[in-house]
Design a protein around this ligand. Sequence first.
Ligand SMILES: [Zn+2]
Length: 676
Amino acid sequence: MSDFLRYRQIHLDFHTSEQLPNIGGEFDGAAWAQQLVDAHVDSITCFARGHHGMIFYETQAHPERRHPHLQTNLLAEQIEAGHARDIRVPIYTTVQWDYYTAQQEPEWLQVAADGSIQGQKPYEAGFYAKLCLKTPYVDLLTAHVDDMFALLPAIDGLFFDIVQDQDCSCTVCRQEMLARGIDPSCDAERQRFGQEVTDRFKQEMSAHVRSRSRDCTIFYNSGHVGPRQRATGEAYSHWEIESLPSGGWGYMHFPLSQRYARTTGHDGLGMTGKFHTSWGDFQSYKNEAALQYECFQMLALNAKCSIGDQLHPTGRLDQATYDLVGPVYREVARKEQWCRGATPVTDIGVYNVEEFSGERLTAETVGAVRMLQEGGHQFDVVDSETRWDGYRVLILPDAVTLDEKIAHKVSNYLAAGGKMIASFESGLTPDRSDFALPAWGVRKTGDGPVDACGGLVRGRDFAKGDYVDYLRAEGGLAGGLRNTEYVMYMRGLEVAAVEGTEILARMVPAYFDRTWQHFCSHRQTPSSGELAGPAAARTGEVIYFAHPIFRQYNQNAPRWCKQLLLNALDMLMPDPVLRHGGPSSVLTAVNEQAVENRWVVHLLHYVPERRGQDFDVIEDVLPLYDIGVSLRLPGPVAGVRCVPGGETLGFKEAMGRLSFAVPKLEGHQMVEIALG
Ligand SMILES: [Zn+2]
C-alpha cells in the first residue's frame, strides 16, 4: 500500500454566503499558520469555491463568481502561510452543488425522471440542487482548474466535492442516450448511463489535472468509498472517507469502509468533524473522548486523520476548536511512527454486500463487522475484485449470491485450502433456485412460507415474530450457549444436508406461524420441540448457516447469533491472530511494520452511547486494567512494550502463541512486538 499522506489534517469548510460581509477581513496568514502548528496540524484543505458558488481568490477566469465582499486574496494567502510552516494546503472546490451556477444556468441542472429538478426545491434554504456533468458546466469547471493553476502558488492537491452517480433526464443527457441507443425511460439503463457520465468526468478531469501537475493529490468526494469508487480508482490519488459519526454516518460506517478501502492499494484518510452534529454546525464541539476515538481508530485501521472544521467568514480560526484538536493531534504525532507503512495482519475476509445492493451500509455487512470486532478478530472487507488468497477464512454474509464469475473464484479459493462461512442465501445462484456449488453440502428444499400478500417471509423482520423458527446447536457449535433451543427471529432458508455433511445445528419449528387465524400470546408461537432439518452444517472447510445471522445481529444483536459465528470460526480456525481477555467493547487491530521488523497491536476502548435521539455520543474514557492478549506468534520475539510510553511488558511464548498483559488501557494503547 502506498503511504504518502499527512497524518494530521484539517478539512476547513468555507461555504460562505455571498450576502455576508468582510470575507477574510481578519485573516492574518502568520497567526493562522501558528495556530495550526500549535495544534499539530500538518495539512489543511482550503477553499477555492464552495457550495454557494463564490470564489475565494483573485480569479481572472470567473470574476462574476469572486465573492463580492472578499477582502484579501484569501486562498493564495492560506497556501503561502501554510507552506511557510511546512503545512500542505490541498484545494477544495465543489462540483455538483453550486448555488450561483444553479441560479444562473438552470438548464445545467440535473432533471429527475418525473421532470422535476434533482435535489433542492426553489423555496427551500440550501444549495443542494444538482448540476449535470454532461452539460457545458464541465467546461466551466475545467476553466476553473486552469485558473487555479495559473494564479495560485504551488498546488498540493485538488479535492473535488459532490461527485456522485447521476440519474439525469436533462435535454443533453436524453439526446445523448437516444443517439447511443439507450432507452432513457428505462430506470436501469438511464442510471447505468448516469454512472458512466460520472466516471468519465472523473477520468477526464484527472487527465486534465495531470496535464498541469504530475504529482498533486486528486480526490473526488461522494461521502463514501466502496466498490463503485474503486471501479474508477485510477482517477484518484488516494481515498478520503468522509464519515462523521454524528452526521448521519454513525459509528459503523468508517470501520466498514476503511476495512474495504485499505485492500485496494490506495493510501487513505478518515474524515470526521469537530462538530457536535455535522458540517456547518458553528460553535459546537465534539467531546474530546469521541475525537480521540475517531482519530485513534483511523490509525489502528491504517488511515491518516482528517478533522472537519468551518472557517468563520472573517477568516479567523476558532481557537476553542484548535484547543480541542491540539491535544488529540499531539497524541497522533507521538503515535504515527508506529503506524507509518503499516499493513494489517488479518485472518478473515468479509464479503461486502454493497457490491450487490449499492447501499453504503448493508445490514449483513454491518452485522458481520460488528460481530468480528466484538470477537477480537482481524479482518478486511472484500468484494469480487479483491485477492482472497491471503485470507484463512472468507465469510459470505446472508446475501452473497454466486454468479459464474464469483462461483469460479470461490471454487479456486476453496481448492487452494481456503475456509468459508456462508449463511442464508449466500451461495445460491443469482435466481436463488439452488446452491451454486457442491461445497456447501446442502441443497435448497423450498422457498418457505409466504405472508398474507404472497411475499416470501424468509430473512424478513416481523415485529411480533410471526414466522420464527428455533435453532438447537450441537457439539462444538454449542459452546457458550445454554443447553436449549434459541429463537431465530428471521426465518431461515429450507435446506437438506447431502450425504456426508455434518449437521452442527437443527431447526426446531414453532407449532404454527402467527397469523390472524392462529396465534399464541404476545409474540412468536412457542417451539414444537421437534428436531427438523439442518440449521447449520459443515462439509470439509465450509460451514453454512441457514439463518441470516448477520442481518439479525444488525437488527437487535442476539448474543447467540454472535456466539454461533464465533464458535464456527473457532472450529475452522482455532488459532486466530489475536485473542484477548477484555470485554466485547474492546476494539483490536494488529499491524505489521515490515521495515521496522515489528508488529503493533492496537487496543481501543471507547463506548458510544445513545444519550439523545439523534446519534451516539462518547463522553468518557472508561479505563480497563490487566487485559490479557495472545497472538499467533509471527516469529522469535525480542521484546514487548507499550508505545509510545515505552513501558516494557513481560511475555510468554508457548504452543506457537505469544501472550502478555496490558496493565492499563485508557482509551487507546499500542503495544509493539519487536521481532528477531
Ligand atoms: Zn443531464
